[in-house]
Design a binder for this molecule. Structure first.
Ligand SMILES: Nc1ncnc2c1ncn2[C@@H]1O[C@@H]2COP(=O)(O)O[C@H]2[C@H]1O
Length: 369
């Protein structure tokens, strides 16, 4: 049974600036066109593109997706596991609920439709305050104060994210402090690590975990990011949506990923783990000193092997969807996403992880998990 609909607004890990990380999520069966987002690296522009393209155009096996390496477009099946339930554009159920909500939706122009969909995103869960995870949200934020927009937005995150957004972004210098506006339609709210929090609009639990994401270039101080678990309280099904991450730092006393996988194995039966959206920014050939707080295939497979060991299932992690995000578009002959996918599949087989379903997160598509 499909429980989660995840639309990829952006999955680019830079250094190209377009379509950086942003996912919008909703339960598979809801009447209301409400959404939550994880990260805000992309936003209204991508929504508009998805609305204008329509759902049925270029759909199916013949679909080509932008690549810009060996060819400017490559067949979609190069990037995804054949069993992944994926569709181009916004989900049918979201579009239907928008039509149900207002008869004017269908006849509205694309920009008005874009505002309506954007208005429905009431809660953002930010993994960390790097620009490629917040730029769309920040630039889009004044539209919350458009007269037609009656809904509020809350930006959630661990203190390492929320404090920085308030002090260094919404500070009237980098960006107007829209959180101080009289109508208070934009709020920043802190989450506590490992604490189960009820999602305000869906019958889901949200559980944030702090993870390592490198060290400051000048300060050498640890940089943190967040992994979010979303759990549907009725079905008990879960997905994990990850921010940028590196393996636990040897010199640090905090074994954050180790703690995270223990929590997952202890609290989420494998059959209820529908998918993990996780970064693997760099190919295997990257030197450790070039990772800058990210994973390459060997490190991601190490983490999945740790999870596999903890679950200790005879079938390994068979059936688990691993959706790879945030691949860096570095200059190379071959699309780095395809290189990374091939490397991950090879290593997963070598480590006997079972029938893992590894795919690349494709911007402008909706996944059903
Ligand atoms: N010391 C460094 N030298 C060059 N690039 C860096 C360095 N530290 C971080 N970066 C880059 O800056 C980027 C910031 O966003 P990311 O964490 O996605 O990925 C990071 C790296 O690509």
């Amino acid at each position: 049974m499909v429980v989660f609909e995840i639309t990829i607004l952006g999955a680019n890990g830079g250094p190209t600036e377009y379509g950086t990380q942003c996912f919008i999520l909703k339960p598979a069966r809801t009447e209301d066109p409400e959404l939550i987002a994880v990260d805000g690296g992309a936003g209204m522009y991508q929504l508009r593109e998805m609305l204008v393209q329509g759902r049925n155009e270029n759909e199916g096996d013949d679909e080509l997706v932008p690549s810009f390496y060996e060819h400017d477009r490559e067949p979609i099946e190069f990037f995804i596991d054949s069993k992944l339930n994926i569709q181009k554009g916004l989900s049918k159920s979201l579009l239907q609920s928008l039509k149900r909500q207002g008869e004017h939706f269908e006849s509205a122009n694309t920009m008005k439709k874009t505002y309506e969909v954007f208005q429905g995103i009431t809660d953002y869960y930010i993994t960390h305050p790097h620009l490629d995870h917040i730029s769309g949200l920040v630039v889009n934020s004044p539209s919350i104060y458009e007269q037609e927009n009656s809904k509020k937005k809350t930006i959630w995150g661990l203190p390492h994210t929320i404090d920085v957004l308030q002090k260094h972004v919404f500070n009237d210098l980098i960006w107007p402090d829209l959180t101080a506006e009289r109508s208070r339609k934009l709020k920043l709210k802190c989450l506590n690590p490992k604490e189960v929090q009820k999602c305000t609009i869906f019958p889901w639990d949200v559980i944030p975990f702090k993870v390592h994401h490198g060290i400051g270039v000048k300060t050498g101080a640890p940089v943190y990011s967040t992994f979010y678990i979303f759990r549907d309280r009725k079905s008990k099904d879960c997905i994990i949506v990850c921010g940028d991450v590196e393996q636990d730092r040897r010199e640090s006393e905090e074994s954050l990923l180790e703690e995270f996988w223990s929590y997952v194995a202890k609290n989420i039966p494998l059959v209820h783990l529908k998918g993990i959206l996780v970064e693997c920014s760099c190919p295997l050939s990257s030197k450790p000193e070039q990772l800058y707080g990210h994973l390459s295939p060997i490190y991601l497979i190490n983490e999945l092997s740790n999870l596999n060991t903890l679950y200790n299932s005879s079938k390994g992690l068979s059936g688990l969807n691993v959706i790879v995000t945030h691949v860096k578009s570095t200059p190379a002959k071959r699309d780095p996403r395809l290189t990374i996918l091939e490397e991950l599949r090879f290593l997963a087989e070598e480590r006997n992880l079972g029938d893992l379903r590894i795919s690349i997160a494709l911007e402008g598509h909706t996944l059903f998990l």
